[in-house]
Design a protein around this ligand. Structure first.
Ligand SMILES: Nc1ncnc2c1ncn2[C@@H]1O[C@H](COP(=O)(O)OP(=O)(O)OP(=O)(O)O)[C@@H](O)[C@H]1O
Ligand SMILES: [Mg+2]
Length: 331
């Protein structure tokens, strides 16, 4: 029998709320069954509202499932929450540095959290030294966190998640809001935690390329469901023949006429996304051949009298994969 770091069994969370007397039911996580092997680097991808954070929160025992359950490090999230919590390190990128005490230095922040997690003083001091070293913060350990860069704050927060030496790390969008350099640095640290320290990492993101770069396996969520669970190479194959073009025009009077015209061009397979901002409209299209599509689209838009800011080929995105999945094309 394989010993999994994480196994979910029809894990489901339904939120019910009332807005202006109208009952709203959201299936945030809908019968999810995933398994993650020990030592695996597992990525959970999905657009806004797909259910990633809700899933992670259930695994962290912050919220209870409506239905189903999961085992984390072999412990049941409903019946053994304390054992689950001591098995995991949790990191939520969106809170940024806010969950640190800005008027304390790095080592005092870590001491404080070690105390909250009941790590004994001797063990805590050794671990804090090792973690500050691992995250390259030893020299700045006495500096107040308020004077740290965003990247350094993220490193302290990652160290904080590791104080009780958990085998499993649940990372909810660890690179969100980071500049490119800090994002690369954070990705490298996650890689090292996985490869050098053998941590199982479960990691959420919007960014397909980030996940592809790091993960051995990727699950894509949409509307609470896992729609793909595959190795990156399989996902790459799905993307290989996607050709996409992005058209940006100055705001138009008749947007639906523009979209109709583009959809009806024989070279256009699908209008994937339309962003209608006050100063510009951006339309994303899947096409048969981007080099043929670009001059043709430019010509048609010119004839319609539309002011074009740019037409360029674009890398495939998650949206393209979703459109493809929604059309029932095979992986
Ligand atoms: N406490 C709550 N009460 C009601 N609805 C909620 C609650 N938390 C989340 N939701 C809803 O559940 C769905 C899933 O949200 P969730 O935050 O898990 O998505 P996500 O994949 O993490 O999105 P994002 O990429 O924006 O972080 C959304 O429709 C959201 O509005
Ligand atoms: Mg989220």
């Amino acid at each position: 029998m394989v010993d999994y770091a994480l196994e979910t069994f029809d894990l489901t969370k339904i939120f019910e709320s009332r807005e202006d007397g109208v009952r709203r039911v959201v299936r945030a996580v809908d019968h999810v069954n995933i398994r993650v092997r020990r030592g695996e680097f597992f990525g959970l991808l999905g657009p806004n509202g797909a259910g990633k954070t809700t899933l992670i929160k259930m695994l962290c025992t912050i919220i209870l499932p409506t239905e189903g359950t999961a085992k984390v490090n072999g412990y049941d999230i409903i019946h053994e929450p304390i054992k689950v919590r001591s098995s995991i390190g949790w990191f939520h990128g969106e809170t940024g540095g806010r969950s640190l005490y800005w008027r304390l230095n790095a080592e005092d922040n870590l001491r404080f959290y070690a105390y909250l997690q009941n790590v004994s003083r001797d063990v805590a001091e050794k671990r804090i030294d090792a973690l500050l070293e691992f995250f390259d913060l030893s020299r700045e350990r006495k500096k107040l966190v308020k004077d740290y860069s965003t990247g350094m704050k993220v490193r302290v927060m990652l160290a904080r998640a590791l104080l009780h030496n958990p085998p499993i790390l649940l990372m909810d969008e660890p690179t969100i809001g980071l500049d490119t350099v800090s994002a690369v640095e954070t990705r490298n640290l996650l890689k090292a935690l996985n490869r050098e320290l053998g941590k199982t990492i479960i990691f959420t993101s919007h960014n397909m390329f980030e996940v592809e770069q790091l993960c051995e396996r990727i699950a894509i969520m949409k509307s609470g469901r896992v729609v793909v669970d595959a190795a990156p190479s399989i996902l790459r194959d799905m993307l290989r023949d996607i050709r996409a073009v992005e058209v940006e025009v100055r705001s138009v009077d008749n947007l639906s006429e523009l979209i109709d015209m583009l959809s009806n061009l024989s070279i256009v397979r699908k209008v994937v996304d339309v962003k209608n901002d006050p100063i510009a409209v951006t339309v994303r299209l899947q096409v048969d051949d981007e080099y043929e599509a670009i001059p043709l689209i430019a010509d048609r838009l010119h004839r319609l009298g539309v002011k074009v800011s740019s037409i360029r080929r674009s890398e495939p995105t998650l949206e393209d994969v979703f459109v493809r999945l929604a059309r029932g094309e095979s992986a």
